[in-house]
Design a protein around this ligand. Sequence first.
Ligand code: GLU
Length: 469
Amino acid sequence: MSVRTRFAPSPTGYLHIGGARTALLCYLYARKHGGEFILRIEDTDRARSTDESVQAILDGMQWLGLDYDEGPFYQTQRFDRYREVIDQLLQSGHAYRCYCTPEELDAMREAAMAKKEKPRYNGYWRERSDTPPAGVEPVIRFKNPLDGDVVIEDAVKGQIVVSNTELDDLIIMRSDGTPTYNLTVVVDDIDMKISHVIRGDDHVNNTPRQINIMNALGATLPVYAHLPMILGEDGKRLSKRHGAVSVMQYHDDGYLPEALLNYLVRLGWSHKDQELFSMEEMQTLFTLEAVNRSGSVFDNKKLDWVSAHYLQGTPADALAAALSPYLQAAEIDTANGPALSEVADLLRDRAKNLNEMTAAARYFYVAPAEYDAKAAAKQLKPAAAPVMQAVSEALSALSTWEAAPIQQALDQTVEKLEIGFGKVGLPLRVAVTGGTASPALDKTLALIGRDAVLARIATAISYCENASA
Ligand code: GLU
């Protein structure tokens, strides 16, 4: 049987970190085995599903590059098919109409609780042939086997055994004619020939019910693999309280998709003590057996570490391409400045994400609108004016505008004025970049360009002259 996996999100919110990890592992498993990866949108809960959420999921998948081979399939477009299968179950005696009113169900629940039993449906309409009561729209229930066990051979959690006596007759169609989750998932997993159901372990409880329905339909069972939860740093299930959980928030925060994927694959999966994996390596090395059984903690510091690694390892042109939309969003026009790939190459060592690189890239294209107040108060004092003047003259005299001669000109100025390098370098850095943090001065000046550098020095000289001593 060829490997076919599916990612089956409900479009009731954005694509969150947990969903993205599930999608990634489904994707990797399919790729590793030369199979197919399918996207299915489980939108039957019409009250909670929105078009925006569908779009957010598609955008997240696209940004992460998790390309699906089939889909997106929408469950709301498959209602006729679900109805067909429900009729089939009715006909084969695996399902029945239940006419219990809400009041009767409440009474049933209370009676069970009074006997200290689990509150559940007691199978009242399971074997009845009475005339149904008038005016009650029935629900349809699945006839769960009364005895025996359901055995799940979970590829991650190992064997899980659930007694059928724990399971009641589940509603598979509501009285308004809409099918319920456990039915639609089973029909889709069968029709879409899913070989491996890889999903979050919040669905473990549904699995025995789904297996029973699969069996009633005579289907071959898929392999089930339930992934452990992702936890926040406090050990609780990851949620909004812990900060960003939407995948696109990581895009907005300037993470490369490759870095996020690398981080996500390690959440609950490991291969020896390796931390960094290319996409090819992930596809070759991923196995379900190596997925942890217990939850894993989302660690922002580690994500930053992985992110910094990817900024360093990405070829300059690709890095520039990734950075470009961030600069556009920050309204930094790169048209008349240095090549973005060279700027990116220079800035990558000092940044954890593309937002930090964007902030740092600004002064390569635009003169600082104002100086960092503390830095200016310390470095751009009247005494710095003649020093800046000497630097300006030395730089103007250069015949080639490159890092090495620029460095030489600065060194010569230091010698001539008989002062320490800091007395030249520090005010110059503030004059040109607006602050005190930048890559090596010679390379920074080389990229910014002679005219822009000299103009910025001239502005700084007037600033120094007007500053109080
Ligand atoms: N639609 C379900 C969810 O978003 C997933 C169902 C499944 O993977 O079986 O939680």
